[in-house]
Ligand binder design. Structure first.
Ligand SMILES: [Zn+2]
Length: 709
């Protein structure tokens, strides 16, 4: 902070003391533009005859010159005009107290529009007499400060506020006081706070453009946390329970400011709006937040910014009716649309829960997660998930598009015309989780900047499989059950895959070799084999480590440390006293952790073998390999043992596979049940292990997940 250390203020300041920082700034900017133009010409001259790999010359010119030229043209195009005018005719500058003349001088310098400039110059007196003043007084302390509002100023969109003030201006090695007009000038693309010399109004002392770097006008205060009438986390679909009021989850680590706040600067709506010097955060009362931006997309188009979203008002209660009726077939769509508020609310809720859950297992900013704002924690920003409810571009499906980190993921959820009334995919958590898991696996595999690692063949198939597996793990409970995928939406007991996920070989016979079959070139068929294998593996770990009723780790402490609680094993420390990564205590949380860690470890375009090895390696790193044999037993149970082979595989699929049901030699000594060895069913340790549906496992977690009836 600089304090005035020059001469005592006087009512009249010598004209020679009046500085002109705006002109100085513009002349610096001008020489920078000229310099860059020169070096560009040299660059292109040196490149002639050679191929340039950087891009087209227009691109290069735009990159190097574009922003600064724009800055110059929008701020300085007419900066010297008032100065010239004042030289030609001193009377146009006006005198102290003549705010309108000073303002019109400023507008000449400020307008980026040549036509406006010419009009002001041609009809100077007309504009001057056209401007209308009104005054308001504000009591600040014991001074009464007069504020003038000047209306009908050319090229402005609101009345200009004007007041007289002193500002300090550096001059040589001291500062001098200048008497200025302070104007707040709101234009189409700029919002200037300008100080113009009151003595010599052709001199602009300082200009700040609020439009480019300041937040929006304040929103009405919202009373968080929000409440949503939804199928609670853990209820897979409307057949499993009823809607209840759920609170904004507000995982302080994953979503430090909740689900409805984001900086104005990262809010795609605010970016277009005029801003004021106000709060940093924008609090929304709609389904637009930092992690998820959810809305209807009945048109099925790519535009989404202005699509309809429910608005819960300042109380933040998203409580909407959901009672679709049986209609004539032709009216089923209109009937479904009536419940858009509850369906968007559900999509927003489920998607945010998925964000927070995956965050806690390591899908954070650096790993390429989906957030508009990253809280200074690394990674690319402005890439929340755009979630389209009732997307009109299709029926009976859903999809997800994952561009590289820093670009919004897009989730499209469809209506299902499988029943009357239509079933809404947004209400089936498993489908939403499946889609969002595409974003997870795509960003983690091969790094967040690479979105091309899970296309076609085995890699693409596993992209599908992880989604089914995670959706199934999330809906599972301490009482073992088989699960179908998408059964409610599809209105089909066995769901949308060939088989339901089961430990029982007769219910789901998928093995590695199943991929050879006709019909298994498609990613979804490949995916369900992978999901089935992971399901088997997960039960091995659950059998060994028990089951936790919530996959959510405990909330972090005030200092940001995550307590172990009952969720993690007691923390271990390195020799230098660093806390090692916490290890989930139970089988279901541990497998989720290993699967996510494996995604980070595996190479781009992984095969089944690569992904299997990455999970085993993840366990080696996290636990020192204590689950080596359980993991191998799980994989080998469906033919993915160490000697499984494939020949003639193409990047798109195909090939001849050989199953291996054995485990590595080191594991053969251990008597752990669960390895099927076809042809040797009598040996006790070879009996195929599976838990009958309905058998309750031992669980060490006291807080059983409460489900609605
Ligand atoms: Zn999919």
């Amino acid at each position: 902070m600089q304090f005035y250390n020059g001469p005592a203020p006087v009512s009249h300041v010598d004209n020679n003391d009046v500085e002109h920082p705006h002109a100085a700034f513009c002349s610096q900017l001008e020489s920078e533009v000229l310099d860059r133009r020169d070096s560009l010409s040299e660059f292109f001259a040196s490149q002639s005859g050679e191929q340039t790999v950087l891009g087209s010359s227009a691109d290069i010119k735009e990159t190097i010159l574009g922003p600064i030229e724009h800055l110059y043209l929008s701020n300085c195009a007419h900066v010297n005009k008032p100065y010239q005018l004042a030289k030609e005719d001193p009377s146009v500058a006006g005198s102290i107290g003549d705010s309108k003349k000073a303002l019109l001088q400023f507008m000449i310098a400020a307008t980026p529009n040549d036509q406006v400039l010419q009009d002001i110059l041609a009809r100077y007196d007309h504009h001057l007499s056209n401007m209308v003043s009104s005054f308001e007084t504000h009591l600040v302390g014991d001074h009464s400060v007069m504020v003038e509002h000047i209306d009908k100023v050319p090229d402005t969109v609101n009345p200009v506020k004007a007041k007289l003030a002193y500002v300090q201006v550096p001059k040589s090695d001291k500062t001098v006081l200048n008497l200025v007009w302070k104007f707040e000038v709101e234009m189409q693309d700029n919002w200037y706070e300008a100080s113009v010399s009151a003595i010599a109004p052709h001199r602009i002392i300082s200009v700040v453009d609020w439009a480019s770097d300041s937040p929006l006008p304040k929103q009405p205060e919202t009373k968080g946390p929000a409440t949503y009438n939804v199928y609670a986390w853990g209820i897979n679909d409307p057949a499993e329970g009823n809607r209840t009021l759920q609170k904004e989850y507000y995982d302080a680590l994953a979503s430090p400011v909740g689900w409805h706040s984001l900086p104005y600067a990262n809010d795609p709506q605010s970016a277009r709006l005029r801003r004021n010097k106000a709060d940093f955060w924008r609090n929304t009362s709609t389904t637009l937040g930092n992690n998820v931006i959810a809305h209807e997309d009945w048109e099925g188009q790519n535009s989404w910014l202005d699509n309809y979203r429910p608005d819960a008002g300042k109380d933040m209660i998203f409580d909407y009716k959901y009672k679709p009726k049986v209609t004539d077939d032709g009216d089923a769509l209109d009937e479904a649309k009536k419940y858009i508020n509850s369906t968007v609310t559900q999509l927003f809720y489920t998607s945010n829960m998925v964000h927070d859950l995956y965050y806690r297992y390591g899908f954070d900013e650096v790993s390429g997660n989906f957030q508009q704002y990253n809280f200074g924690r690394g990674g690319e920003e402005n890439d929340a998930v755009i979630a389209n409810a009732q997307d009109g571009s299709g029926y009976n499906n859903a999809n997800f598009m994952t561009p590289p980190d820093g670009q919004n993921g897009r989730c499209r959820m469809y209506l299902w015309s499988t029943a009357n009334p239509y079933r809404d995919g947004d209400l089936e958590a498993g489908i939403v989780i499946h889609e969002l898991s595409h974003g997870l696996s795509t960003r983690l595999t091969g790094g967040p900047a690479n979105s091309g690692c899970l296309g076609w063949g085995e890699p693409g198939g596993m992209g599908e499989g992880w989604g089914d597996f995670l959706a199934t793990m999330i809906r599972s409970t301490s009482t073992y059950s088989d699960y179908p995928m998408g059964a409610w939406a599809a209105n089909k007991e066995t769901g949308i895959r060939n088989f339901i996920y089961s430990l029982n070989e007769t219910i789901n016979p998928s093995t590695y070799k199943t991929l050879d079959k006709p019909g298994y070139w498609g990613v979804h068929a490949i995916g369900e084999v992978w999901a089935e294998i992971l399901w088997i593996v997960s039960q091995q770990l659950i059998n060994k480590h028990g089951y936790t009723d919530t996959l959510f780790p405990p909330a972090s402490l005030e200092n940001g440390t995550v307590p172990e609680g009952d969720f993690y094993r007691p923390a271990e420390y390195t020799s230098t006293g660093q806390r090692k990564p916490l290890i989930p205590r139970h089988g279901n949380s541990l497998i989720v952790q290993l699967v996510l860690n494996g995604m980070k470890l595996q190479q781009c375009r992984p095969s089944f073998f690569d992904a299997r090895d990455a999970i085993i390696q993840a366990d080696q790193i996290l636990t020192g390999g204590e689950n080596f044999c359980e993991l191998w037993k799980g994989f080998s149970e469906r033919g993915l043992g160490p000697d499984a082979r494939v020949e003639g595989r193409t990047p798109w699929g195909g090939g001849i596979r050989t199953n291996d049901y054995a485990v590595p030699l080191a594991c053969k000594e251990q008597k752990i049940p669960g390895i099927p060895k076809p042809g040797n069913p009598k040996e006790p340790e070879d009996v195929m292990f599976y838990v009958e549906p309905g058998v309750t496992r031992k669980t060490s977690c006291k807080n059983r997940h409460a489900k609605a009836a």
